[in-house]
Design a protein around this ligand. Structure first.
Ligand code: ADP
Ligand code: MG
Length: 266
């Protein structure tokens, strides 16, 4: 069955600052959409607003999967509805192993948690993720690139309907990038995964070929086109779209333990 992730008129802010100014996007099963934009354009805010991070306030709009409204639902319910986020800066979760976390997630999806070990091992082999990392607490003392592989592994095990990948390419060397892109591409053809791949470099898109490319600057989608749009951006940068092409801003320091998706009411 074809599913549809539909984002319409999505507006989001942090206290004192409007970041997303009416985003419209529609992704179908099996499609790969790229969202490209310079630093600070609101790419990560889009991913957080979709997944329900509580420090981003949604002012308006709607986000649905097959007609089910996700806005207002806690993060775990959005995951149950079929949405997955690979975070730009995956957090460390001391005391919780990858298999424990994925076992719980499988159970919440009504799947057999007894399969978790085998699924994790198979995914790890597929993307060249060293098995000795699997017994560590989630992301603890993993490098940036290892965390990205870890996110990809979770995606492979959970088989969501739609995956938002926030700079899944950052920190990956060329071989790891290829392995990760292949895994994601396989999911689009084998399980009909729909992908929203957020990146500011086109190198990911040489490996993970997008059907549609969107340009995000200043919290707005200012252009939409085919793969040729990514090639054009590679040549011209974002200047023509009202954004600059500054190099990587320093990575924000994420707290070691705090759960960014914690329910503020819990
Ligand atoms: P991108 O991922 O495209 O680099 P972000 O969505 O992370 O951009 O950020 C968009 C803008 O909002 C930036 O100017 C950033 O500094 C600001 N911003 C995002 N999240 C926060 C936050 N939690 N606190 C303060 N400023 C934020
Ligand atoms: Mg970002």
């Amino acid at each position: 069955m074809t599913s549809v992730l539909r984002i319409s008129g999505l507006r989001a802010s942090i206290p004192g600052k409007e970041i997303l100014r009416s985003i419209d996007l529609e992704v179908r099963s099996g499609e790969v959409h790229a969202v490209m934009g310079p630093n600070g354009s609101g790419k990560s805010t889009l991913s957080h607003a979709l997944m329900g991070r509580s420090d981003y306030e949604v002012q308006g709009g709607s986000v649905t999967i097959d007609g089910q409204e996700l806005l207002g639902l806690p993060t775990w319910r959005r995951a149950q509805a079929g949405l997955f986020l690979a975070m730009q800066y995956p957090i460390e979760v001391p005391g919780v192993s990858l298999e424990d976390a994925l076992g719980e997630a499988l159970a919440a999806l009504g799947r057999d948690r007894g399969e978790v070990h085998e699924l994790v091992a198979a995914e790890a082999r597929g993307i060249g993720f060293d098995e000795r990392f699997l017994t560590r607490p989630l992301n603890v003392d993993l490098s940036g690139g290892e965390r990205k592989r870890n996110e990809t592994l979770q995606l492979g095990v959970l088989r969501p309907k739609f995956a938002v990948l926030d700079e899944i390419d950052s920190g990956l060397d060329i071989d790891a990038l290829r392995a990760v892109a292949r895994r994601i591409e396989a999911a689009t053809s084998e399980h009909d995964l729909g992908v929203l791949a957020i990146t500011h470099y086109s190198r990911l898109l040489h490996e993970l070929r997008p059907d549609v490319v969107h340009v995000l600057t200043g919290g707005r989608i200012v252009a939409t086109g085919g793969p040729e749009l990514a090639q054009e951006l590679e040549r011209t940068g974002y200047a023509a779209y009202g954004g600059d092409s500054e190099e990587d801003a320093p990575a924000p320091v994420e707290p070691r333990i705090a759960d960014p998706y914690a329910d503020p009411l819990a």
